[in-house]
Design a protein around this ligand. Sequence first.
Ligand SMILES: Cc1cc2nc3c(=O)[nH]c(=O)nc-3n(C[C@H](O)[C@H](O)[C@H](O)COP(=O)(O)O)c2cc1C
Length: 363
Amino acid sequence: MAPGKEELMTVTTAVTRRLGLDVPIIQAPMVGAASVEMVIAASNAGALGSFGAAYTQPDALREMIREIRAGTERPFGVNLFVPAPSAVTEAEVAKANAALAPIRAELGLPTPNALPAPAPTFADQAAVVIAERVPVFSYHFGTPEPGIVAEAKAAGLTLIGSATSAADARTLVDAGADMVIAQSTEAGGHQGTFDAWAEPPGLGLMALVPQIVDAVAVPVIAAGGIMDGRGIAACLALGAGAAQLGTAFLASPESVASDSHKRRILDGDGAETRFTRAFSGRPARGLANRFMDDIERAESILAFPYQNALTGDIRRAAAAQDQPEFQSMWAGQGVAMARALPTAELVVELNEELERKLGEIAT
Ligand SMILES: Cc1cc2nc3c(=O)[nH]c(=O)nc-3n(C[C@H](O)[C@H](O)[C@H](O)COP(=O)(O)O)c2cc1C
């Protein structure tokens, strides 16, 4: 049991009731940062731990789900990226590689002969999530095809889709989502905007959450720039049933973000975050660095997920060489408020802050 958990009051919302949580807090799924250990710690502390499995092969995903189950009897989530048709030509790959060549040279990397295989097939990943009866299946970038939604529902999974606009929220619910994440522009990582080529709508949390609450009849989860109990209380006041926090957990010991990423998170006072397509081909918010500037200037970014596949060797080598200028260091606008607490302690502290803030507001 997490430290201090028994002393906590419980805020009960439509989200905590439906998901069986003690606190209205979701540890965001984060590819490349949220580990199995983080998910277990968050869930055991009464929040919803979530594993970002978008780039995980189905067999490895099955193992990870079983490891999470071995570590917690509490609910947890697995998150996948819904695919959209995209293609690249050899000429585009050559141009993208030419832009990446000076960076590869600095890192001592060869230019790859072929485009590495992009992400594993969504249908195969989803089949594992459904077969393993993961309690919460969340998805980013759209809605899965109806057959997958029907199978997941028949297996008793709770489905949560990610929306950056009220229109996307309605689409998700019409397609079967049981809850919707209202992901605002402050959020770290990829914007869940459906159309990969569109610019994200850019709505702040304060404007987005109530619009989505008004647009759909299912519970709403707020995400984007939420770093402490004050922020979670604000989300509840706006009508959300829980807050999903990513950047807040990035510097925890359970986070598998690179050491240089964690350092920049914690030095983050005044750190600039911005959107870029340079790493993956889709807009994602991260700490500004040279890679973003150089690759955006070259105008040779491939479609998602091909750019992500092509830049994988660079991001891995930069992390291994402790070189922050060439890594995707995703972070939200609240980064300067990040703390390096263990995941379970952070959940407890966030909930205590929430309770205190709600008490202050009530008096
Ligand atoms: C390092 C990192 C990786 C992320 N990876 C995913 C992901 O795999 N799937 C997803 O739905 N969201 C992902 N997100 C976005 C989060 O779900 C959430 O929207 C965001 O973290 C909220 O904003 P915050 O970081 O300011 O708390 C990621 C965010 C970060 C910071």
